[in-house]
Design a binder for this molecule. Structure first.
Ligand code: ARG
Length: 248
């Protein structure tokens, strides 16, 4: 009788060991992640290492560990990123993507992970533009971004589209355009780098939330991302990333 009990116990222990080892060694899910790495400090190419870096990259890497994902980044231009997400070319995208109603028709979104908004940058010597109310003239923004959409709404402004926001700031400093409209953390970065040439005017004038975009139909991936993201939010990881990457 005792022998049977012991055998039973051993079998139960062996069984549970097999279950745990199976779940530990299960193959990671391969995921192609698109990002337009021209948006410092959220996603950019480190010119020393040629690797992608930034707030979003740290976040996605942490999500990948938690959700057991084998991720491969694809660095792609912004308009191609949105088009590719709509066509299912990539599994997901992390790229400071503002969750909008329109985009939600073409792709899924994770829970929001960061709040940002549009802000205006001008030359430090500019005394006529003091905010959105008196913004006029040729204004630069990245093609297809919420910044570009906002500029188009302001009467008296003519939008100049750029594939890369860095080129817009260059044109601003060369006097080709009068202002740049983009997400506030990005503007703060450029102003921080060029404190004698550039300044921010007015306040953040839109209310936007960044989300990770997921190709339509990939609901299982979306669920995994959301679980990992919530854990990271609860652990204070997002707050740590803000301290690490954002201007104080
Ligand atoms: N948040 C803005 C938008 O969704 C700009 C994002 C641009 N991101 C980038 N990586 N270039 O339209």
């Amino acid at each position: 009788m005792k022998k049977f009990l012991l055998l039973g116990l051993i079998l139960v222990i062996l069984g549970s060991l097999m279950v745990t080892s199976a779940s530990c060694t299960s193959e990671p899910l391969k995921v192609r992640v698109a990002s337009d790495a021209t948006w410092k400090p959220f996603e950019f190419v480190n010119d020393q290492t040629n690797e992608l870096e930034g707030f979003d990259i740290d976040l996605m890497n942490a999500i990948a560990v938690k959700a057991n994902l084998d991720i491969e980044y694809v660095n792609v231009a912004w308009d191609a990123l949105l088009a590719g997400m709509a066509q299912g070319t990539y599994d997901c995208a992390i790229s400071s993507i503002t969750i909008t109603e329109d985009r939600s028709k073409a792709m899924l979104f994770s829970a929001p992970y960061f709040e940002a908004g549009q802000i205006i940058t001008v030359l430090k010597s500019n005394t006529t533009i003091t905010g959105k109310a008196n913004l006029s003239g040729l204004v630069g923004a990245q093609l297809g971004t919420t910044g570009a959409m906002e500029v188009e709404k302001i009467s008296g402004c003519t939008l100049k589209n750029y594939d890369d926001i860095g080129l817009a700031f260059q044109d601003l400093m060369n006097g080709q355009i009068v202002a740049v409209v983009c997400d506030n953390p990005v503007a703060m970065g450029y102003v921080g780098q060029n404190p004698n040439t550039l300044k921010i005017v007015g306040t953040v004038f839109t209310d936007e939330n960044y989300g990770i975009a997921v190709a339509k139909g990939k609901t299982e991936l979306l669920a995994k991302l959301n679980v990992a993201l919530q854990e990271l939010i609860d652990e204070g990881f997002i707050t740590q990333l803000a301290v690490k990457w954002l201007e104080k």
